[in-house]
Design a protein around this ligand. Structure first.
Ligand code: SF4
Length: 561
């Protein structure tokens, strides 16, 4: 039931202020901030100083909703700022030894040095905390005169004649949980722009609507996603000293060859480790639980050794667009462009997207600058962005792995064979162009489920609610739930029987609970736990959950993540 309706919690018939700007960027992630910085420089180089470039960010502070592993390939950042290190871009350090471990239930087979698969070699890359990096990028943007408004959530796209994007309407604040105005009610503004840049991250709630309304994905593969779970740990000093700068990726346990996914261990400064696990949301098991897999992975003896004597500091979860080149939607239209994760700029084979996101922002900025100077921000003019992309190293990199993720659709082992063939056929593999599928379409009946739940000890194996506490997530409680279950009769009459209500499993923040007593009318939705990962919007087997934006400022507070 692909929805083309635009959902929003804003009240209809309300008088609103209008804020005209020249270029509006929705989301303050690396793609949009790179775009804003480069655009401002390009306009200033042409002697144009009267244009307003505005970035809206739903988080209370820029970076609070930014989550990544992260090992950054510096190529994009070095194009944005050749002197990025001298300028003080925060980094944890340059990558030292790297390795790939294949885990059985109790052992690790180590592939180190020359034996580490080429996709997972990281020499020359940098371990970073992306929420710190975007905080730094925001300061660079402001120095150039870019306006950045955190705490302002974009709730709806404003359309003009035909399908021209005119800007966005920000979220109303001060609406109570029943949908009535509170004394504190503040209507959202209509922010009008010649060009709107959607850099909302993966599965942007506005971009999703735009893609469907304008059929931007026609002829492309459906985007496919993974959900990544991350914790930052403070570990014993001897472990910290041994691991600083080390980068290890693991495969195998607990997924085995059942589904696509794996984990990372990155050694940070000050005796901290970044630990994470990503699993593809096209996994067929109706009880797929990315958080449970992460906990089971942490319970592996080799990981337990690292955590002994340590404590968890932070937690987060986010989806990752893994579909690659053939899953990228058309990235431009009348008055808008799509950048970064929103447009699918991610190399799934190396698990890296930051450099590609920054590059997409740089390319979009060049196209937008030309359009602004020409006074023509039509679809035809902004198509320049796609032309620039097709001629860029970003396209070259993504083309070389164009069939990577889809090759694993038939199973891990056949995927590994195809991946080997891709390496000697310039990315083609066994098939010229692989097709994809929407993640939610692969869920099998709950009777076939083999997923198990881990035991929690509260120290090294935390349950979801304890982990949510470590994400710093806060929402205003007296507001309407921002997770819309569109038709609860489907939950009761079909989903319980067919799939066993997967929402209670796949959400990494325990937002959905299925009542165990009485005659349930639908799931209980604890929306204030939501870490904005978007898993539910993607993985619900009936496309019955719609993520809309809550009041600005609500959500996780990722710091040092
Ligand atoms: Fe993620 Fe949805 Fe759960 Fe929020 S409710 S944490 S978006 S799965």
């Amino acid at each position: 039931m692909s929805q083309t309706r635009q959902y929003s919690l804003n009240l209809p018939g309300v008088e609103r202020e209008e804020l005209p700007v020249d270029v509006l960027l929705v989301g303050a992630g690396p793609a949009n901030l790179a775009c804003a910085i480069h655009l401002q420089r390009l306009l200033q180089a042409k002697g144009i100083s009267d244009k307003t470039v505005l970035v809206l960010e739903k988080a209370e502070e820029v970076g609070n909703h930014t989550l990544s592993g992260a090992v950054m390939n510096p190529r994009g950042m070095a194009e944005l700022f050749p002197d990025w290190r001298e300028r003080g871009c925060p980094v944890e350090g340059e990558v030292g030894p790297d390795a790939m471990w294949w885990l059985s239930k109790s052992k690790a087979l180590r592939f180190e040095g020359a034996l580490c698969p080429p996709q997972l070699k990281n020499h020359g890359n940098f371990i970073v905390s992306m929420n710190q990096v975007v905080g730094w990028m925001k300061a660079q943007a402001e120095t150039l005169g870019v306006q950045v408004y955190p705490g302002f959530a974009a709730a709806e796209i404003l359309f003009g004649d035909g399908d021209r994007v005119l800007g966005v309407q920000t979220r109303d604040t001060g609406i109570d949980k029943h949908g009535a105005k509170k004394d504190t009610f503040q209507p959202g503004m209509n922010v009008m722009a010649a060009v709107t840049v959607f850099g909302e991250g993966p599965r942007g709630h506005l971009a999703k609507h735009l893609v469907r309304r304008l059929k931007l994905d026609e002829g492309r593969n459906p985007q496919t996603y993974g959900t990544g779970i991350k914790e930052v740990w403070e570990v014993a000093p001897e472990i910290g000293a041994q691991w600083q700068g080390r980068v290890v990726h693991t495969g195998g346990y607990p997924l085995g060859t059942d589904g696509y996914g794996g984990s990372w261990i990155y050694g940070l400064k000050d005796n901290r480790l970044s630990l994470g696990f990503v699993v593809g949301l096209d996994h067929h098991d109706a009880k797929l639980d990315p958080h449970a897999l992460f906990v089971q992975w942490k319970q592996h003896p080799e990981i337990q050794k690292l955590l002994a004597g340590g404590k968890v500091l932070r937690y987060g979860a986010k989806t990752v667009p893994e579909g690659g080149y053939f899953a990228m939607p058309r990235m431009h239209g009348d008055g808008f462009v799509l950048v970064g994760d929103t447009a699918g700029f991610l190399n799934a084979s190396t698990l890296k997207g930051v450099h590609l996101a920054i590059k997409s922002g740089l390319l979009a900025a060049e196209a937008i600058a030309e359009a602004i100077v020409a006074g023509d921000t039509s679809n035809a003019k902004l198509a320049r962005y796609t032309e620039l992309f097709e001629a860029s190293w970003a396209r070259e990199e993504l083309w070389k792995v164009r069939n990577w993720r889809q090759a694993f659709d038939q199973g891990f082992l056949s995927g590994m064979v195809d991946a080997g063939v891709q390496m000697v056929t310039g990315g083609r593999g066994l098939v010229q162009r692989r097709k994809g599928h929407a993640d939610h379409s692969t869920t099998r009946p709950v009777a076939e489920s083999r997923m198990t739940k881990p035991a929690f000890d509260g120290e090294r194996s935390m349950d979801k609610l304890t982990d949510v506490y470590h994400s710093g997530t806060v929402h205003e409680e007296d507001q309407p739930a921002h997770l819309l279950v569109l038709d609860t009769t489907i939950c009761v009459d079909r989903c319980t029987r067919e799939f066993g209500n997967p929402c209670q499993h796949f959400c990494p923040a325990a937002v959905y609970e299925w009542p165990t007593e009485g005659a349930p009318k639908g799931p209980t939705v604890n929306f204030s736990n939501c870490v904005h990962c978007k898993t539910c919007d993607i993985a619900d087997p009936y496309e019955n959950i719609e993520w809309v934006v809550p009041e600005g400022g609500g959500g996780p507070k990722y710091q040092g993540m």
